[in-house]
Design a binder for this molecule. Sequence first.
Ligand code: ATP
Ligand code: MG
Length: 369
Amino acid sequence: MKTALSVHNLTKMFGDFTAVNGVSFDVEDGKFFSILGPSGCGKTTLLRMIAGFFEPTGGQIKIREKDMAGVEPNRRPVNLVFQHLALFPMMNVYENVAFGLRRRHVSDSDINKKVTSMLERVGLPEHAKKKISQLSGGQKQRIAIARCLVLDPSVLLLDEPLGALDAKLREYMKVELKKLQSDVGTTFVYITHDQSEAMVMSDYVAVMNSGQFEQIDTPQNLYNNPHSSFVAQFVGNNNKLTVDLSSKSSGVYTALYKDGQKYEVSGDFSLEEGNEFDMFVRPEAFVINAPESAKGLNTIKCEVKEILFDGGNSQLLVIPEGTVEELVVALPQNKLYDSISRKDRIRISWNPTASVCFRKEEFKIYDDA
Ligand SMILES: Nc1ncnc2c1ncn2[C@@H]1O[C@H](COP(=O)(O)OP(=O)(O)OP(=O)(O)O)[C@@H](O)[C@H]1O
Ligand SMILES: [Mg+2]
């Protein structure tokens, strides 16, 4: 596989503030690569350096093996789709898509072929004559992407392109974008602070925190094997239980929880011993009222505080006995648990391999939420 984009030790400082701090990654040709991180972590700054709008303070960017140092933005084989789409309102849809090709002095007949085929690809061939103001939000989005894709970039950079859409349309567009990318085969580098967007669409996701990459992995690995407390909390929902950890045998640890009980943690990792560890257990890792005969599970007794009904995403809020901590437990809508009500005492169990531990770490996940 060829490398479409290769970034090495890239850094950007604004005065004495480091916005991007020694970031390195490679993106193979034709992949969908996302950069996921909270507001202010440096995503846009990183993308603007790749596009050539910001001069890096240090490090190297190569696109298709070619060093981009000193190459002007308009000479780079990349295009950037902005959050605010920057479509031209005075031009119709066709002319918006044709714009870049005209600037490149492509012949009218070639423009016609390319724009027509591009509009078909994004599913809007019958809208060519419409004004931008006559399009829906999702249609505008597709035109903004079509306008860049028609220029056949080596890499398409997308800066939170779905940010302006309402929740329902975002859900729809993330599937559409994924399909579009696999149809056209262009390499996408996509930035977002929405973990579900990144997970659904991407081949690989880099999780970014305070200017640095914490982990680059497949969505499945990020979810199942987070390498840091930050990744465990930022990717998907998670419960955090503060425990004291001691080693039991190779790969098996004992976690003493605030309820006075000991729980087992095991897996393919080595941990230190000590106080104040965060143990993470996913809401759907819990089994509610598992049969007493089930062997080898950890079990916490708790009281149901709230039932948060949300169809297939319904959850229980529970308080483990002897604590004031709240845990979130996925509540499958398979009729087995319909009789559970508030203040019920239930047991929740999980497999010792279904949790991860990290030394306690404090950080803010949401800057401006
Ligand atoms: N031109 C600039 N001058 C000084 N500081 C800047 C500049 N641009 C960005 N920053 C700072 O760099 C940090 C990273 O900004 P950036 O826009 O890259 O974040 P982001 O991850 O894209 O956030 P968001 O998700 O909110 O778009 C922020 O603290 C921001 O204030
Ligand atoms: Mg940004």
